[in-house]
Design a protein around this ligand. Structure first.
Ligand code: Q9C
Ligand code: ZN
Length: 334
């Protein structure tokens, strides 16, 4: 299995994030990728497929903002990382505001996702890794892994959040559609609900989104991922949310995965993309499931039993010292 990664994914390194009312070191730091690189066999650098596949998913105004936000922050006399401090309730109306602070609020949904001078380069190359893995499978490989950093599944068409800026798995899914794949399924098994991915494809029936995650009644991102969110319009029924309680172990996780895989089989996709987060691990510092390192191969085996071509895209996982081990354990099941 080829593992795609570009060293520029290491450059994005915000200093801190707001956590439970105080500033703490940034959980989604470059050491995560370094730990994965240390535990996995050699990686392959992705080709450069340009911005066009990113713009198939994200609004041009948002991408323009992402590229320029940090320079504008500095031009406004600030130092350090750019981060918002005020948000439009339910988006208010589409006001065309120039001020950097207004735009940070407009294009984000939380305060845990700062923009640095290196953010654009890292997220661009992370997306290229996801595209490279997808094209590897479209060209005939049975599986490929995209070591994406930063992660992507919380980012929507025009917003960042949850350590995510470009939605790597969504860019990959749309690229597969554009290459002629008729039906694509996305299985999201990060601890947190993939609200960005859900939003991007909510009204579409050509891309199924299935997510197993911590119940948003108790866990971030709170406002999405409830079981009654099932898609809208032509997308009605093409979103499936399977929230689980804090404390979930493998024995409780497996029936949800079975339900997810049955829904995917019923949809009849030609390709399966997996948003994989290792923050379901029992020792994750910001998450509350109880999966063990040795549990991950069983999840992979159930996914592989679908017989579908697979692209695995890296999302979260914050127990840094165990991260590479957990990813290697998961990949060993394929
Ligand atoms: N600092 C992913 O796993 N938590 N994102 C914000 C505590 C955000 C996790 C409050 C968690 C985002 C990709
Ligand atoms: Zn997560």
């Amino acid at each position: 299995m080829k593992l795609f990664f570009d060293p520029r994914e290491l450059d994005h390194a915000p200093e801190q994030e707001l956590h439970n009312g105080g500033f703490v070191p940034y959980a989604e730091h470059p050491g995560r990728a370094r730990n994965m690189l240390g535990a996995l066999a050699g990686t392959v650098a992705p080709a450069d497929r340009g911005e066009a596949p990113i713009l198939r998913v994200h609004d041009a105004a948002y991408i323009d903002f992402l590229k320029n936000a940090h320079a504008r922050w500095i031009a406004a006399g600030r130092s350090g990382d750019a981060v918002g401090y005020t948000w439009p309730i339910a988006r208010r109306r589409p006001l065309d505001l120039e001020r950097i602070d207004a735009q940070l609020g407009l294009f984000s949904f939380d305060a845990s996702t700062p923009i640095t001078a290196d953010t654009w380069d890292s997220v661009y190359w992370g997306a290229q890794s996801a595209l490279a893995a997808t094209h590897e499978v479209l060209d005939g490989a049975s599986i490929a892994f995209a070591l994406c950093r930063p992660p992507g599944h919380h980012a929507g068409a025009d917003y960042l959040g949850g350590y995510c800026y470009i939605n790597n798995v969504a860019v990959a899914a749309q690229a597969a559609r554009d290459a002629g794949v008729a039906k694509v399924a996305i299985l999201d098994i990060d601890y947190h609900h993939g609200n960005g991915t859900q939003d991007i494809f909510y009204d579409r029936d050509d891309i199924l989104f299935v997510s197993i995650h911590a119940d948003p009644v108790t866990d971030y991102p709170f406002y999405w991922g409830h079981a009654d969110e099932r898609g809208e319009g032509t997308g009605e029924g093409a979103t499936l949310n399977l929230p689980l309680p804090r404390g979930t172990t493998l024995a409780e996780y497996e029936p949800a995965l079975e339900t997810a895989m049955e829904a995917i089989a019923a949809f009849g996709p030609d390709l399966l993309l997996v948003s994989f987060g290792a923050d379901t691990f029992e020792e994750d510092p910001i998450s509350q499931f109880k999966l063990k390192t040795e549990d991950y191969p069983a999840l992979a085996r159930r996914i592989a039993a679908s017989g579908l071509p697979l692209v695995v895209v890296m999302e979260g996982g914050y127990a840094t010292d165990a991260l590479g081990r957990n990813v290697a354990s998961f990949l060993s099941g394929f």
